[in-house]
Design a protein around this ligand. Sequence first.
Ligand SMILES: *Cc1c(COP(=O)(O)O)cnc(C)c1O
Length: 424
Amino acid sequence: MDYFNYKDNELYAEDLKVSSLVQEYGSPLYIYSKATLVRHMRAFEEALAGKKHLICYAVKANCNLSLLSLMKSLGAGFDVVSEGELRRVLKIGADPKKVIFSGVGKTRAELTLAVKSGIGCINVESEAELKLLSKICAELKCPAQVALRVNPDVDAKTHPSISTGLKGNKFGIAAEDAFALYQQVAADPYLQVSGIDCHIGSQMTSNGPIAEATEKLLSLYGKLEQAGILVDHIDIGGGLGVTYNDETPPSPYEYMAAVLKRVGGRDVSIYVEPGRAMVANAGILACSVLYLKQTATKNFCIVDAGMSDLIRPALYNSWMNIVECRKSNDPKILCDVVGPICESDDFLGRDRKLAVQQGDIIAVRGAGAYGMSMASNYNARRLPCEILVDGSAVEVIRRRQDFEDLWAQERQLAFDAEGKLLHP
Ligand SMILES: *Cc1c(COP(=O)(O)O)cnc(C)c1O
C-alpha cells in the first residue's frame, strides 16, 4: 500500500497534486511519500516484534540523505556496500553499531574505515577478504565484528541479473567452506564472530527461497554451536519483492513469519536488509509528454525522462506501471513510452494504453528503489530533483543539478592548431 492515490481524477502524492508539484519543481521529478516509508518501516518492525532484531535498510536502493535520516529516526540500521554509502550513513549520524557492510569487493580503504568506525558487522565474502581484514585489524590493534556471507545455493526464482544466492554467482562463500573460515575467525585475536549472513536475490515474490536459505543458515548455526562458536545474529539479507504489475509478494509479516518459524526458540537476533520493499512504492517519477509520434508500426509517447533518470526498464526489461496524472475520458492510444536519450533501449514502458496528449504529466510508479540511485548523467543530462511529501507539506531533498554541476570536476585543456597543449 502507498499514498499515491486519485482524487477527482487527479493523482495525488499524499495531499498534494502531482501535476502541481511538477509545475512548481520541474520535470522530471522524483516524488517520495513519507507516510509510505513510515508505513513500510513499521510493517517490518511489527513483523519482528517480540524477537531480537535489526532492520538494516539497504542504502543502495535509495541513498538520499533525508531518506536515510528518516529511516534512522524510525530506528533502522543500515546495510552499506561501499565507502560512499558508509560515509553517507555516518554523515547522517547513524549509530555505527547499527551499520553492516556487505559487498564482494571491499577495498583496503573501505575495510579500514569500517574497522575504525566500529561498525556493527562486516559481512565477509571470501577467504582473501577475511585475510586482509585480519591484517588490517592487527595493524590498527582494533577489533571487528564479522559475519560470513554464505552462498546457500538457493534459487531466488527472480530475474537472473538480481539472483545472488546460486553456486555460479560471484557472491558469498560456499556453505561447505564457511565452517572452516568461522574457525579462523574464532581463533583470530582481533576478529569476533558476530553473525551468519546471506542475501540470495532481489524482487522475490514467494517465501520458499528465503525459508530454504534460513534452513541452510540454521544448519551451519547448529554446527558452529556444537564447535563452541556462538553466533549472535542471523542475517537473511534483503530481497522481498514489491508489486510493479500483478506480482503478489508476501507481506513483510508473512515473509518474516516464514523465517521466524524456522528460527524457533533459538536465542539469536534476526537481521534483515530490505531495500526495494522499503522504498520502491514510496516513490514515483513524474515527467512530461514532449511529443506524440506516429510511425508506420508504432506510436511513441516521447517524455522528458529517460534511462538516465530511471534505468530499470532498459537494464532489466522491468515492467513499471505508467499512469496518467490526470485521468480523462479521451481515447487511449497504444504506445511505447520512450525517453529523449540516443539509445533504442531508452524506454520506460512498451505497449502501454494511455490517454495522453502533448504537455500532459505522467508518472512511473514504484520508482523509489533503484531509480535515483542508478541515475546517471548520460547524454549530459542533469540529475533530476527529488522531493519528499509529508501530508500537505513538501521539501526539496535534492535540487536539480545545474549545468555547471555537469563539468565541475573536469579540466578544460587548450590546444593549438597542431594539437599541441597550450600552457596557461
Ligand atoms: C541489494 C542488497 C540488498 C537489498 O536488496 P532488496 O532486493 O532491495 O531488498 C540487501 N543486502 C545486500 C547484501 C544487497 O546487495
